[in-house]
Design a protein around this ligand. Structure first.
Ligand code: PLP
Length: 355
């Protein structure tokens, strides 16, 4: 058995993979593959409806918000957000807490003025800047809830005088969030919600329609809302597997229950990193992520042999991002705590061998 600590695409529940595999051959007894049924068929419309209602239920989405399943990944949202929300000649506020936030703000510059209200670039993003003021005339404030590459996570969301836009790609559905505090939430599915190919957007309807520019249909939230995420052919497989994963989460007790499991996993791992003299955590303690645990070897020469030992134990996807180095244990919702225990035992065995 493999222990999949990969950052993205992330691990999916085994039972979801089995159901998805069966549906590729024969979808719900239709005698057709999920990949060949019409997206306008009653069978698929039921899947999309169920996926939307699971998002609403699990995240307690209040009325006045639309739930969309779009394409193009979170990276398309980097542009779609300012396209739809940043008026000509207006400005938007961004917190630069990592490379993804940087990519988001660069896209916004195509549409208006970008005010980077805070950055932690000088420390290679080992913390999330929290001391900033948001200009009252900004169209929105953009933040990243979990910085996948650096293993930092906002433990408390800032209060904002303007609509709060949040990239939740790497911690969506991992913890309870008050959706009413946000103007727009987006997330590429492939870490905690499903396979690559679909992007979740939860948008407050009344923040739309405030820009004058013409927006091409596919990039226009309003068109997507009116089309019920089916303006064009939707990514049927990715939506189906997301729906299965959300159902799996519901059966586990929902977001509150998984948050407890996630805290138990991250606590066990950080405790070992802090205790083990061979390893050191990357992020400052108060911003440590419960999804991506980044750590390095005190002695860089230990890096390769540790990864080799991990490989022997069936631990995969542990190598850190090239801009941070070391190791990154992504402990997304579907990763069982038993895999975390295997990693901890491997760290202990390695320390024993390298005393
Ligand atoms: N935002 C965050 C926080 C990410 O971790 C990633 C990818 O890892 C992205 C955005 C980009 O997502 P996508 O590949 O779906 O465009």
């Amino acid at each position: 058995m493999k222990h999949n600590f990969g950052a993205g695409p992330g691990i999916l529940p085994q039972e979801v993979l089995k159901q998805a595999a069966a549906a590729v051959i024969n979808f719900n007894g239709t005698g057709l593959s999920l990949l060949e049924i019409s997206h306008r068929s009653a069978e698929f419309e039921a899947v999309l409806d169920e996926a939307v209602s699971l998002v609403k239920e699990l995240f307690e989405v209040p009325s006045g918000y639309s739930v969309l399943f779009l394409q193009g990944g979170a990276s398309t949202q980097f542009a779609m957000v300012p396209y739809n929300l940043l008026p000509e000649g207006g400005k938007a506020a961004y917190v630069e807490s990592g490379v993804w936030a940087n990519k988001a703000l660069k896209e916004a510059k195509y549409f208006g003025t970008v005010d980077v209200v805070a950055t932690s670039k000088e420390s290679n993003f080992t913390y999330i800047p929290k001391d900033f003021e948001v200009p009252a005339d900004a169209a929105y404030l953009h933040i990243t809830s979990n910085n996948t590459i650096y293993g930092t996570q906002l433990q408390q969301f800032p209060s904002s005088p303007v609509p709060l836009v949040c990239d939740m790609s790497s911690d969506i559905f991992s913890r309870k969030v008050n959706v009413a505090d946000f103007g727009l939430i987006y997330a590429g599915a492939q870490k905690n919600m499903g396979p690559a190919g679909v992007t979740l957007v939860i948008v407050k309807d009344d923040i739309l329609g405030k820009v004058d520019r013409k927006i091409p249909a596919m990039f226009n939230y309003q068109t997507q809302i009116e089309g019920g995420s089916m303006y064009n052919t939707p990514p049927v497989f990715a939506i189906y597997v997301s729906m299965l994963t959300l159902n799996w989460l519901k059966a586990k007790g929902g977001v509150e229950a998984i948050e407890k499991d996630n805290l138990a996993k991250s606590k066990a791992l950080y405790t070992e990193i802090d205790r083990n003299p061979l390893f050191k955590a990357v992020a400052v303690p108060e911003d440590r992520s419960h999804m991506n645990v980044c750590f390095v070897a005190e002695n860089p020469e230990h890096e390769k042999p540790f990864l080799k030992l991990c490989d022997e134990k069936g631990i995969v996807g542990l190598k850190g991002h090239r801009s941070v180095g070391g190791f990154r244990a992504s402990i997304y919702n579907a990763l069982p705590i038993t895999s975390v225990h295997v990693l901890i035992e491997t760290m202990q065995e390695f320390a024993e061998k390298n005393k």
